[in-house]
Design a protein. Structure first.
Lengths: 125, 125
DNA sequence: TAACTGTACTATTATTATTAATACAGTTGT
DNA sequence: ACAACTGTATTAATAATAATAGTACAGTTA
């Protein structure tokens, strides 16, 4: 499914959250698609089930997946602008990053080009 | 100078790095301006000097400040696109954030508006 | 019923962050 | 030369967090 950097200083569960978020955002994992079960993924990656569970719990609280006892965990289909907290967090991060990028000398033209590039590749329906 | 969230799960030295970077990027701390000494800042914030040093070391490795034995630590004046590693890291983060923002339903128009906003407020010379 | 699911809990270990106490070398002003 | 600053380095002890291990319970499915 993906790989983690075991010797990174970033906690495993955080890396898991990031990677899964990426897959969901890039529509590799489609809406309502079932994720590997906690135990299954744990075995695949040879890490502890509790660590997977922690990542799933985090993803759920951020609104990216939902879980049902006995059934499994699934990708939360996007209903636009649903998670307001997450939305504002992203807005804040964008502003910070823009300031940093400009500070480092990245031109607004380049930034806009990157935006168009990402925009073009994201018809997630 | 600023405040840290002592009960955040994010390490103190990381918070320090972020805050200082922000001040530098937003030109609150000007080029070649002297930062508080390791011991001084440690006393002000009632945290250990080693923690400050760790943050300063990180900022130096990222190219945001420079330090001189016996003299102090200073804001590194920007010579555009100097730190290529940092540049590419920011580019990568931008792409990820764009994808996430679009996924969450933020329009490209809004993103462009935010960019213009930040752009306008950053004549750091 | 058997074999799956998520979830919760406690205990233990491993890893990392933070503090603490020194020490040394360079700078600055007196 | 001296005192009082600077950054830097090192070692040790403690605190905080991440990760593992083992177990249990409730819901689902065939």
């Amino acid at each position: 499914m993906f790989e983690l950097d075991i010797r990174s200083r970033k906690p495993i569960y955080e890396q898991l959250v990031e990677k899964l978020k990426e897959l969901i955002i890039n529509d590799v994992l489609k809406g309502d698609e079932k994720l590997p079960s906690v135990r299954e993924l744990a075995q695949q990656m040879t890490i502890n089930p509790n660590t997977i569970q922690k990542a799933y719990r985090e993803l759920e609280s951020q609104g990216y997946i939902y879980s049902q006892k006995g059934k499994g965990s699934f990708v939360h289909p996007v209903e636009k602008s649903e998670n307001k907290e997450e939305l504002n967090k992203v807005r804040e991060e964008l502003k910070k990053l823009f300031a940093e990028a400009i500070y480092l000398g990245i031109t607004t033209e380049e930034i806009q080009a990157m935006l168009r590039e990402v925009e073009g590749g994201e018809p997630h329906d």
